[in-house]
Design a protein around this ligand. Sequence first.
Ligand SMILES: *Cc1c(COP(=O)(O)O)cnc(C)c1O
Length: 429
Amino acid sequence: MLHENLSVKNGRLHFAGYDTIELCERYQTPLMLLDENMIRSNMALYKSVISEFFPAGSMPLYASKALSFKEMYRICKDEGIGTDIVSIGELYTAISAGFPLERAFFHGNNKLDSDIEFAIDNGLGYFIVDTYDELYAIDRIAKEKSIVQKLLLRLTPGIDPHTHAAISTGKVDSKFGTAIETGQALEIVKVALSLENVKLCGFHCHIGSQIFEISPFCNASDIMLDFINQTRKEFGFVPEYLNLGGGFGVRYVESHGTIDIRQAIKDIASHVKAKCQEYNLEMPKILFEPGRSIVAAAGMTLYTVGSIKEIKGYKNYVSIDGGMTDNPRYALYQSDYTVLTANKMDEPTNYTATIAGRCCESGDLIQEDVQIAKPTRGDKLAVLVTGAYNYSMASNYNKVARPPIVMLGKTDRVVVKRETLEHLTALDV
Ligand SMILES: *Cc1c(COP(=O)(O)O)cnc(C)c1O
């Protein structure tokens, strides 16, 4: 099947060794499942291969925007990796989980003064700074608090890795980072080096998402190392860290490619090593920020089929008890997903279905025209590979409550509770 954590027994879909239909009965639907073993082994894989091929101190940072709740940070802590966070909400969640903040890196293109203060007060390890305003603000606030704050600068290497425009971020024309091509990156390094209450520790780039080849990473690292060669010449500055971002691809449907993470990191390492030798540079500590590739295939969402509407000559709409409120990715990017009729795994997949959510929005679809075993009301649909950018992008549109998350490890346990009607009105006065 699509990933090794999927199997079929007695016509029922099993996930991470658990019978999905039994889980639906126990927890009700919609239901989000996570395979703990896969999350841990993905983190451990990144950690071991990065420390094998890069200098000591190199490590993966889990890009927690992919899926952020307390237990995820506990697992990161347990597996000994760092994390990248994008808001004080994510930071607060990490703090609440006891995550060691010296391994936290704070991203985002518009950090507010109050965000910066909150992070510094809580002992954040590193800011990843996008532009001047933020750099000056951090210096000012650090000075008020009599500290020297460590940071990395986010640069745009000018690379388009040919994924969807909305998830491609390394181009010059981007709201993120400072461009190398325009000379602004060199300028901001000069400023950062001149400020007294910040310590420049490295450079960061993130070129995009769903990347299956290593060439965009190699191209980005060439540009970054070339830039480091320049900062050495201009300012005698060689950074401790080079952060190459995230973006490793994940297989959502059979037709997608795969990427061997171990081989990819190994090949990127030998490329970076050769480039460093060419410039006679000591290799910086390398950071990666995998999000999707750690958690996506470890997730599955289960729904119950409700109304089915067949329009002759058009579509067969199969409505489910969830939709864009728990998975907005098809509505946003027309993302591909594999859909299975989880209780009819032995039946032929000869029914063309468009999976529709319950919102008052025609775009509230999970997938159009997919081939599944013919469902009837009450059947269970599984949408695969929903661990990344589903729950973290979920909303309460139409006052729809968000599903619970159940972690499947040695036992099954609720790690995020189902939202109730009371939760939905908790903030209303
Ligand atoms: C989104 C993002 C990531 C993670 O990307 P994935 O495709 O989930 O691996 C890493 N770093 C930055 C800066 C990001 O914005």
